[in-house]
Structure formats: structure tokens, C-alpha cells
Design a protein around this ligand. Structure first.
Ligand SMILES: NC(=O)c1ccc[n+]([C@@H]2O[C@H](COP(=O)([O-])OP(=O)(O)OC[C@H]3O[C@@H](n4cnc5c(N)ncnc54)[C@H](O)[C@@H]3O)[C@@H](O)[C@H]2O)c1
Length: 431
């Protein structure tokens, strides 16, 4: 049977490489549609957990994994099993290096691990976010060197992920999916595959277009968030509440999309992906000034927050050194347990440097996991009257829905609010 019939008849085996925030929900979705699935990862602790039906991502319930297992799902660190797979989807990290250059080492090491196990009539799709040209420059040569004829006896696609962790309004099934292929046959197969698991696929003419589409989506957010962050600081000097301005402007029924300021960008995508394009554009002698400017403003937001904390303490005759500060929320956005690139860590680090006594409360983190940059050994405190009365300032960084905002407002002495969660009053300082 050819690959297209295998896909349509639900006879194909799907292997997803990288069982993280993107790969795990994706493989569960394939499993829900009756595909036999294998999850590949280099982290054997994740593989063990998955095979036991446990989840290490808070918003993915263990029941989803158990039901995938009943549907034939298993996880492995053994890449020789790639030869049993019909469709291989790569969802490994694409971070930045120390000089903001793309770090494709995860994709490259994946390709090295699988290349000797590839066989004819497989479809290989990259989902990791990356600069335009990656699929053709990194994947195609390896497949051709292995002796395959792409579009004939081997197929290559690129389809970017649009996961929005924690957002209950959209699921992997309902988010339209951009699909592309290196040849017409590659595109047809890639589209047929995703048509089985999402409501709408959006075919584009080449992997480059699909790669650039994903980057555009993230640049669009980074630049607009940079814009409102800058306007927030201007409005603050003018004694204007930027949130009131945004909600008034958002009543315009056309030509305006609201974006909200915050303590700085976080997550795996928005602070990182735009710089993939910046790096690639340099190859063409081009600069991406909007990206750089937005990056500059967004990266400086934690400084603005720390400055506002310092001013608030100054107003009550205290210095940052020796003050007691309770940080609320660690993740880069509300209701999730993802700490990657979170500005909270930058803010905590700066306040500790200035001599503050820091405590934090976050229902998603009992302790602060160590990251490459920060090793903060703190334990989450229960959010109650005692602690709220004890500290000089409560600093709201991540506005999780679980926090008791009425209690916080009643019991805290001063609140520095980076999310526009509280209405203006004597004890609220917007930051
Ligand atoms: N998290 C998001 O919301 C999101 C949204 C859209 C796109 N993306 C993109 O998707 C890609 C994956 O991101 P993520 O958030 O799922 O990352 P993640 O860190 O949550 O997961 C990546 C997984 O890959 C595994 N891994 C690393 N190297 C490997 C290798 N050589 N072989 C097999 N497994 C390996 C890791 O152990 C980890 O489990 C990135 O390119 C990211 O930019 C992420």
C-alpha cells in the first residue's frame, strides 16, 4: 500500500521526536484519531513517565496518556525503531545560542540519530520553529546523501506548531495548521496527514513560506508587545493608566487589535524566534530593525519593574536592601507551569542583587527549578493573611487565576502590579 492510502486507512505509524510542550499534545491528537504512535525522546525519565501513563506537563492530564497507551502509544529512547515508523515528526527545541544565534544542534543531532534508520516511503516533517530555509538546507541534503529521491521514494514537509499552552479556547484540533512540502507529492502527503487530525489545513507553496509564516506570527506579537510596553512607560510618566487606554481603544470595531504590556516577554517562542530571522537576514546583508527594537524594549521591562519597586519602597521610607518582597507567579504567563525565559527570574535575581529578602508564591511551582542562567533556591509560600501582612510589598508578576485577589488587596500593604489586574487605589503601583 502506498503511504497516502496507509494514512487515510489509519494504517500508518506516526513517530514524534521530542516529547515536550509541542510533541506530546501532537502525538496524543494522532492517537485520538486512531493512529498507532511512538514517542521518541533523549530524556529517559520522560520516556519512563509516559510509559507509566504519567504526565510531566501540568495542562496535559495523565488520562490522555493512558488512553493513548490503550490506542498503542509507547515512548522510547531507541532511535533504531525509526525504521518501523511511516511518518516522522521532529519537535525538538530550537533555542538561541549565547550570541543570539540560532542553535540548530537539537535538530542536527536528531538527524544524526535517525539517518541510518531511515527507509523508503517515509514522510519526515519538521515542526520546530526555525528560520526560512532550514528544511531545505539542513534536512534535504541528509536525505539525498542517504540515497533517497525526495518526492519519489521519500517525502519531506514542514508544518509549524501553533500551540498556545493553557489556552482553553483552542485545541490542537481546532487551530488551523499551515502545511508545506519540498515537492508537490511531499505537500500532498503532509496535507493528507494533518487533515486527519485538524479541522483545517492551510497549504503553502514551500517549506520556506511555512517557516517564514511561523516567524512572522511571532514577530507580530513581539513587536506589538514591545510597542505597548514602551507606551506603558510613557503613560506612566503622564499619570495615565495604559490599561484604561487599551480597553477604550479596543472598542474601535476595526483597525485596532489590543496587546497588553507586562513585566517582559517569556516562553520558548516570542523572545527567541524573531532573532532566528535577524540572524538569517544578515546573510543577505539585511537588518531587522523592528525586531531588534522590540527586543531591546521587551528585555528592559524587568528593569522598569525593579525601578517601580524601588520607588514604591522609597515612598514609605525604605530601601530595597532589607525589604521584604513577596513575588506572585513565576511562569511567563498565567495558569501554566512553563518557566522558560520567564521575566520573573530576571526580576527576582535583580532584587536579590539589590539586597531584598525575597519570598514567592506560585501554585504551579513548589520550588524554583534551576535554569541555565538562574539557580534560585526558594520554596513557594502559602498565600495567606500572615505573609501578606508581613511583607513590605507584594509584586504581582504572573496573574494566575488561582490567586485570591480580594485577599491580596485587603491584606497587602503595597502592591506592585505588572499585569493591570488591580483597579487604581492608594496601595496599587502599576509597573
Ligand atoms: N512551547 C510552545 O508553546 C511552542 C509553540 C510553537 C512552537 N514551538 C516550537 O516547537 C519546538 C519544540 O518546543 P517545545 O516547547 O515542545 O520544547 P520542549 O523543550 O518542551 O520539548 C522538547 C523535547 O525534545 C527532547 N529532545 C531534545 N533533544 C532531542 C533529541 N536530539 N532527540 C529527541 N528528543 C530530544 C527534550 O528532551 C524535550 O522533551 C521548538 O522549535 C519551539 O520553538 C513551541
Amino acid at each position: 500500500m502506498n503511504l497516502k492510502s496507509l494514512i487515510i486507512d489509519n494504517q500508518s505509524v506516526v513517530g514524534v521526536i521530542g516529547m515536550g510542550y509541542v510533541g506530546l499534545p501532537l502525538i496524543i491528537r494522532f492517537s485520538e484519531e486512531g493512529f498507532k504512535t511512538v514517542g521518541f525522546d533523549v530524556d529517559d525519565s520522560k520516556v519512563d513517565m509516559l510509559n507509566k501513563g504519567s504526565s510531566y506537563i501540568k495542562h496535559i492530564q495523565p488520562e490522555k496518556i493512558s488512553s493513548a497507551i490503550r490506542q498503542g502509544f509507547s515512548a522510547t529512547i531507541d532511535f533504531s525503531l525509526i525504521s518501523d515508523i511511516d511518518i516522522i515528526i521532529i519537535c525538538v527545541p530550537t533555542p538561541l545560542g549565547v550570541h543570539n544565534e540560532p542553535d540548530l544542534s537539537y535538530i542536527q543531532s536528531t538527524l544524526q540519530s535517525i539517518k541510518v534508520h531511515l527507509r523508503e516511503n517515509q514522510l519526515l516533517i519538521l515542526e520546530s520553529t526555525t528560520y526560512p530555509g532550514t528544511t531545505e538546507e539542513e534536512i534535504l541534503p541528509i536525505i539525498e546523501d542517504a540515497g533517497f529521491i525526495v518526492g519519489d521514494n521519500f517525502f519531506i514537509g514542514y508544518s509549524p506548531e501553533r500551540e498556545d499552552p493553557g489556552n482553553k479556547d483552542y485545541t490542537t484540533k481546532t487551530i488551523p495548521k499551515v502545511v508545506s512540502g519540498y515537492t508537490e507529492n511531499c505537500l500532498k502527503l503532509t496535507k493528507t496527514l494533518y487533515d486527519q487530525i485538524v479541522d483545517q489545513t492551510v497549504p503553502v507553496s514551500s517549506p520556506r513560506v511555512a517557516e517564514m509564516t511561523k516567524i512572522l506570527e511571532n514577530i507580530h506579537r513581539a513587536v506589538n508587545i514591545g510597542l505597548v510596553n514602551e507606551l506603558k512607560m510613557v503613560a506612566d510618566k503622564m499619570n495615565i493608566d495604559i490599561y484604561e487606554v487599551i480597553s477604550a481603544a479596543a472598542t474601535k470595531p476595526f483597525g485596532f487589535t489590543p496587546y497588553y504590556p507586562g513585566p517582559g516577554l517569556g516562553g520558548h517562542c516570542i523572545p527567541i524566534d524573531p532573532f532566528y530571522l535577524t540572524w538569517k537576514a544578515k546573510e543577505m546583508g539585511m537588518n531587522t530593525r523592528f525586531i531588534e527594537l522590540a527586543g531591546e524594549i521587551n528585555t528592559a521591562m524587568p528593569n522598569f519593574v525593579v525601578q517601580k519597586v524601588g520607588e514604591a519602597l522609597n515612598d514609605i521610607g525604605k530601601s530595597v536592601r532589607g525589604s521584604k518582597i513577596l513575588i506572585l507567579g513565576l511562569a511567563y504567563k498565567k495558569n501554566i507551569d512553563d518557566l522558560r525565559e520567564s521575566p520573573t527570574l530576571v526580576i527576582i535575581d535583580k532584587l536579590l542583587d539589590l539586597g531584598a529578602n525575597i519570598q514567592y508564591s506560585d501554585p504551579f511551582f513548589d520550588t524554583i527549578p534551576h535554569t541555565r542562567k538562574y539557580q534560585l533556591d526558594l520554596k513557594s509560600k502559602p498565600l495567606n493573611t500572615e505573609i501578606l501582612n508581613d511583607v513590605d510589598i507584594v509584586l504581582l508578576v504572573t496573574d494566575h487565576d488561582d490567586f485570591d485577589y480580594i485577599l491580596i488587596e485587603e491584606e497587602a500593604r503595597l502592591i506592585v502590579d505588572t499585569r493591570g489586574r488591580f483597579k487604581a487605589s492608594d496601595k496599587i503601583i502599576k509597573a
